[in-house]
Ligand binder design. Structure first.
Ligand code: BGP
Length: 472
């Protein structure tokens, strides 16, 4: 049997991509609410165009999303029916602290998640909670500049202390920051950063990174103090960079690109800044804004496990004439791989490679907390979707992870498919980029009944879980 008996099969969502109800239960406004669908989206996500409130003429998909705020009982029942062992979800910071710097938390928000966690436990589902999944209260951005400001560490510490106390006994798996490395690319979405004209972006980004890394270590410390049962993980947007050719220049470039990502986990898992990063800081005249006991906190409070999202590998070339595709991270199209309808390349063996790289490097349990295929679905008149393409994608990826466990000895705790129920896409704001086992009747402009319908993949994944990955 390749997988542990207690292997955590399930699915993953993020508050802003599914909850909706943006102004209910005393919730405040967050960066993720004011990122519209459409041509402007990427500029805003990246922090190049400031939009800190709703503006006329734009559609904001997070406002209603799939309205899970009001449908969570129905949705969790469906996850239970599939046999989920774990459900990864995120807390909307602004439900707990609507502005972010209040003295007291918002009871309605705390109660909402308590009810939701209790609902999970009814079905034997363990919640896995992402403390921040791309969300930052707008007030903290307007007032303090988001994660560029050291004060964010204190606000975050306050948030996590409230969460760990309130949900003691209900939640034991926590992730500190979703895809922490995304702050380098989607800086407004990842860290609430809007760039000022002509400022030194390197300084801003690595200052914010330091603040998040220290906040993450504090969270680990506080989690363990409040409940020694708590297990805290970091979360990386992973996918190994391949060299485009065997030219050593390409290989070296790939090594450097990998380090740009592993940098975060190096600190979170080993507890100190690696030499290659210190040298890079020096070359960029960047002085680490480490104060007080930062370095000690980092060293003494490393994560218990390493989680990551995996959609694809990336490819780099040292030759500037070789063109890249411009996704979240630039990548040269890999001629050996097919692509999804959104140009994301499909590489199941790359998952096995990534698992091995991470395990070799850190020797800590791994958790794949996102993987899946975003595709256009075509429901029949009853809303039923025959999504064999999605089943094929997942089957190949699960086989690759099985190989990593069975043949390579990687220690893997679990696997949560991204978007087990259709939800809003983070990169495009579309509904039509669907990942789910459950179809949601809603389109890119916000029309639809929100009715939930099981797709073909629903029954397939149920069998995968039932057989602990034996039947694919
Ligand atoms: C990851 C994010 C998720 C999710 C996923 C799929 O980067 O953590 O929030 O959305 O990617 O991406 P997309 O929604 O753009 O297809």
């Amino acid at each position: 049997m390749p997988f542990r008996k207690d292997f955590l099969w399930g699915g993953a969502t993020a508050a802003n991509q599914c909850e909706g109800a943006y102004n209910e239960g005393g919730r405040g406004l967050a960066n993720v609410d004011v990122i519209p669908h459409g041509a402007q989206r990427w500029e805003i996500v990246a922090g190049n165009r400031k939009m800190l409130d709703f503006e006329e003429g734009y559609y904001y998909p997070a406002k209603q999303a799939i309205d899970m705020y009001h449908h969570y009982k129905e949705d969790i029942a469906l996850f239970g029916e599939m046999g989920f062992k774990v459900y990864r979800l995120s807390i909307a910071w602004t439900r707990i602290f609507p502005k972010g710097d209040e003295e007291e938390p918002n009871e309605a928000g705390l109660q909402f998640y308590e009810d939701l966690f209790r609902e999970c436990h009814k079905y034997g589902i363990e919640p896995l909670v992402t403390i921040t999944h791309f969300d930052c209260p707008i007030h903290l951005i307007k007032e303090y500049g988001g994660w560029r400001n050291r004060k964010m560490i204190e606000f975050y510490k306050k948030l996590v202390t409230v969460l760990f106390n309130r949900y003691k006994g209900l939640v034991k798996y926590w992730l500190t920051f979703n895809e922490i490395n995304v702050l380098l690319h989607g800086s407004f979405m990842g860290a609430g950063i809007c760039f000022e004209p002509n400022e030194d972006r390197y300084q801003v980004l690595y200052t914010a990174a330091h603040h998040e890394l220290v906040a993450s270590a504090w969270a680990t410390k506080i989690a363990h103090e409040i409940d020694p049962e708590n297990k805290v993980g970091c979360m990386l947007n992973a996918g190994t960079f391949y060299p485009y050719t065997c030219n050593p220049k390409d290989v070296f470039k790939a090594q450097n690109k990998n380090r740009e990502n592993y940098f975060f986990v190096d600190v979170q898992s080993r507890g100190y800044y690696p030499n290659y990063a210190l040298k890079e800081f020096e070359r960029n005249n960047f002085e680490l804004p480490a104060k007080e006991d930062d370095l000690e906190i980092l060293r003494n409070h490393t994560v218990d496990f390493i989680s990551f999202s995996y959609y694809s590998t990336k490819t780099v070339s040292a030759d500037p004439s070789v063109e890249s595709m411009n996704n979240l991270m630039k990548s040269v199209p890999n001629p050996h791989l097919k692509s999804s309808e959104w140009g994301w390349q499909i590489d199941p063996l790359g998952l096995r490679i990534t698992l091995n790289e991470l395990y070799d490097r850190y020797q800590k349990p791994l958790f794949i907390v996102e993987n899946g295929l975003g595709a256009k679905d075509h429901p029949d008149e009853n809303g039923y979707v025959e999504d064999d393409y999605r089943i094929a994608y997942l089957r190949e990826h699960i086989q690759a992870m099985k190989d990593a466990v069975e043949l390579d000895g990687v220690d893997l705790m679990g696997y949560t498919v991204w978007g087990p129920i259709d939800l809003v896409s983070a990169s495009t704001g579309e509904m039509s980029k669907r990942y789910g086992f459950i179809y949601v009747d809603r389109d890119d402009a916000g029309n639809g009944t929100l009715k939930r319908t099981k797709k073909k993949s629903f029954g397939w994944y149920k069998k995968v879980i039932q057989s602990n990955g034996e039947i694919l």
